[in-house]
Design a protein around this ligand. Structure first.
Ligand SMILES: [Fe+2]
Length: 319
């Protein structure tokens, strides 16, 4: 026995008396007893609940040994499918509604002190740090990106309607063919991404192309799950925003295009009624904010509400 093993044995709590299992009813109490000395109270609470619910789940549906093996292999495949450019774990969590549940529990009316339904939504898998700082009214189009032009005007307000100046806002979205620049060799680095700072009226504005909806990746285990459930794999079109200012709770959100055919069936359950945006169609020939606009174009106006709270940036899902 190594010195490390001996030290671990010496510091181990007494064996629980219920550690010998007589039948399936003894398993859950034995595991809870074994974990009962966990010093970190939050870890203890989470792990005890996880064990109780996991055991109850297995009992409810009478998981067979083959199904258990399949489930373990499914989790292993999620790990193997995850890399610097793709996060299958997040995708799985999104596709079973768990990510949105966590978002709404922590930001919606269920959240401590919240007085209104939240403007927050999923971060998604495509946020990158260090988007290029862009002037007011500047363009996010950094390489040729055919599609209807979009002119966006956004305000950031506090819960009382007062503008918030100096908010750092990252904007990113898919192209009119439904691809983010990091997925698409035809787009320049950081195409359709930009960073803005709100002015004294809480405003920022930009020009881009109208985003399109897109399929989530289906070449991994999550794709197998969607096919087995006869679900489509599409997200409705949206703009992403990440709003950051010390003293304000960081706001991560998406604003959706109302006439998208997948608005009511987002594969990752990200659409809340507060986040359906007003993307106005303007016919070709109607005077646009820029002289070089050809064909139909869109305008978009939206107010985002930031609550007081802690400013912290999420971990970028991709490098
Ligand atoms: Fe997205």
């Amino acid at each position: 026995m190594s010195a490390q093993q001996a030290a671990a044995l010496a510091s181990a709590p007494e064996e629980p008396t219920s550690g010998i299992i007589d039948d399936e009813t003894a398993v859950t109490p034995a595991v809870l007893s074994a974990m009962s000395h966990t010093p970190n109270p939050r870890l203890k609470e989470i792990m005890e609940a996880l064990v109780r619910h996991a055991h109850a789940f297995a009992r409810e549906v009478n998981i067979t040994e083959e199904e258990f093996q399949y489930g373990v292999e499914f989790l292993n495949r999620i790990g193997k499918a995850t890399n610097d450019k793709h996060n299958e774990g997040i995708l799985f969590s999104d596709a079973i509604g768990f990510s949105t549940l966590i978002c709404l529990l922590n930001n919606g009316q269920s959240s401590k002190g919240a007085e209104r339904e939240t403007a927050a939504a999923l971060l998604g898998p495509f946020w990158r740090m260090n988007s290029p700082v862009t002037e007011h009214g500047g363009s996010l189009i950094r390489s040729p990106t055919p599609g209807p032009q979009l002119f966006a005007n956004v305000r950031i307000l506090d819960p009382h309607g007062k503008p918030i100046e100096g908010v750092e806002v990252d904007v990113w979205h898919s192209s009119p063919v439904g691809m983010y620049e990091n997925q698409d060799p035809n787009q320049a680095d950081m195409n359709l991404r930009g960073k803005f700072f709100t002015d004294a009226e809480g405003r920022f504005s930009f020009r881009s192309t109208k985003p399109a909806g897109y399929p989530v990746p289906t070449d991994g285990p999550v794709g197998d799950m969607l096919r087995a459930q006869e679900r489509h794999c599409f997200r409705p079109a949206h703009l992403h925003f990440l709003c950051y200012k010390p003293g304000c709770k960081t706001l991560v959100t998406q604003v959706f295009v109302a006439d998208d055919k997948y608005l009511h069936s987002d594969v990752v359950f990200g659409v809340t009624s507060a986040l359906v945006g007003d993307y106005k169609l303007h016919a070709a020939g109607e005077t646009a904010p820029a002289p070089d606009v050809e064909g139909d174009w869109y305008s978009f106006s939206y107010d985002l509400i930031m609550e007081p709270g802690e400013a912290k940036l999420p971990v970028p899902p991709i490098k």
